[in-house]
Ligand binder design. Sequence first.
Ligand SMILES: [Fe+2]
Ligand SMILES: [Fe+2]
Length: 368
Amino acid sequence: MNKPVSNTDLADHRTLDDRKSAVNDTTRSALVSTMLTPRFYTTDFEEMDRINVEPVRVEWDALIAQMRSDPNQGHFKRNEEWDDVDLDALPADLREELIDFLVSSLTSEFSGCVLYKEMKRRGKNKEICELFGYMSRDESRHAGFINDALKDFGIGVNMGFLAKAKKYTYFKPKFIYYATYLSEKIGYARYITIFRHLEQHPEHRFHPIFKWFRQWCNDEFSHGEAFSLIIRSDPRLLRGRNKLWIKFFLLAVFATMYVRDHMRPAFHKALGVNIEDYDLRVFRLTSEISRQCFPLVLDLEHPALIEGFRRMERINRRMQAATERGGLSGRLGRAWWGLAAGANFLRMYMIPAKKNDLPATSRLQPVW
Ligand SMILES: [Fe+2]
Ligand SMILES: [Fe+2]
């Protein structure tokens, strides 16, 4: 039975050292912070508290009412739809990549849960606290549901420990809005694209968790809607130098997904998807959705941009090889390929984006 992340999970008062010894390898792998692994964030909560939703009042009230009604209240529970898969029967590489997928999804769900919960705890702005309360409720269910799936492998993640021990990256509120908006919407696009694909090809559904993705993605969709309204509530977030930041986040989020997905070839083969096709489909959908609140979109039809993603993936493979090699040559290799990745990112960044005129309202229906 699925349990959301409880308050006791989050408020485990044993010392770090005590708990470190009780921590398993999966928790350790969720703790790793690299450019590619999901991060935990902290921000200036006082500034966030000053968000004023008046300019988007009508849409805001409708969204909050929908979140208050909690449409997914009973969804994250195992029922007869959860077929018992023989996890030992999965080929070793697929098993490993499935676990990696689950751990990384859990880390990002839980990262949202912790950030939103903290905002609710520290904030005084009633509107904002209510929103963040609903979002942390949802992310807590999502993380708990994935953790139960991991426990079937005998390797649940100790989330209380993770919340305490993981490194937190500080982002200014506006960067939190851009990055979190995108990660909610790309999360939606990933879940729905996999769900729709498996509806057509149920023979590729090698784990029951994918059956839960449809309602699941609606939560992510609403979370993204909330950030879209926050961004639209303050026109300064869409002007001047902030446009350069928006472009930066679009590119960084897409490039990270492209590289990370290519690190799981067996997982995508078992799903029956070509990684690049799948990723580009998700990028196009996310980009289309992001027209609701971003003044620009990347030119996803530009051949140099696609080539840039591919080059980033090749560079990442060389960087991994250097890391595995270790020693001085490994360190030099890493530094070299790190520079190459930076230069490649810059090249991709220079490709002109397309201007987008914001629609009159933010509201979208999840129809994909
Ligand atoms: Fe989530
Ligand atoms: Fe979410």
